[in-house]
Design a protein around this ligand. Structure first.
Ligand code: AMP
Length: 211
């Protein structure tokens, strides 16, 4: 069971992914987290990705498809995975479909967290994330500690206003068309209202999967 979690930056994907995955009994995979880990570890992948990410541009499809292929081939993902922000271009959707066919897997549904741009700018302006486990927080100062792992909370370079504006434009131009691609290929796309408490949004998303 592969489920795609989709949505603009700041829609709450990073908050909802572990909750939904726990409820569904599958692990999560977020290309953003994989790339940030590569940057922290100073790997060639991290060096290549960093300048794209800091500007809020997408990392090239070939790089992302390499990550997807390796990750989905791992035994821990054999019974299913929740893909958090992993597919952001039509080329990536096509590449994922080819990998799924090779592995005998299938994208069961796309959950799109829906939110307007004004709310996103407000959320991201107050966001910090744990340097260690990537948990996002709203309204917590940089330098305070993560509730989950005790790691240091920092602001992401791509949460600065110019990068946020660019990420939203990139979403409209390159990522939004992916929803139409899945609809055209017969995959169910559920639009989830992402405004409200974390619990309510989780319940809406699980409810959509159950119908
Ligand atoms: P995120 O943590 O999901 O907000 O992703 C942070 C950044 O990582 C994005 O702004 C992109 O630069 C890069 N990134 C993550 N996933 C992808 C992807 N599937 N395709 C291209 N770039 C990605």
């Amino acid at each position: 069971m592969i489920i795609l979690l989709f949505g603009k930056p700041g829609a709450g994907k990073g908050t909802q992914a572990p909750l939904l995955a726990a409820a569904l009994g599958v692990p999560t995979l977020a290309t953003g987290d994989e790339l940030r880990a590569a940057i922290r570890n100073g790997t060639p992948l991290g060096l290549e990705a960093k300048s794209y990410m800091d500007r809020g541009d997408l990392v090239p499809d070939a790089v992302i498809l390499g990550i997807i292929k390796v990750a989905l081939s791992e035994p821990r993902h054999a019974r299913g995975v929740l893909l958090d922000g992993v597919v952001r271009t039509v080329a990536q959707a096509e590449g994922l479909a080819a990998v799924c066919e090779e592995l005998g897997q299938d994208v069961k549904a796309v959950l799109c967290l829906d939110i307007d741009d004004e709310e996103i700018v407000r959320r991201l302006a107050g966001r910090t994330v744990c340097e260690n486990c990537q948990t996002p927080y709203t309204g917590r100062e940089p330098g305070t500690t993560c509730d989950k792992c005790g790691g240091n909370l920092v602001r992401r370079p791509d949460d600065e206003p110019d990068a946020i504006r660019n990420r939203l434009a990139v979403y409209e131009r390159q990522t939004a068309p992916v929803l139409a691609w899945y609809r055209e290929h017969g995959t169910r796309v559920a639009i989830i209202d992402a405004v409200g408490s974390v619990r309510d949004v989780t319940a809406r998303a699980l409810g959509a999967l159950a119908t």
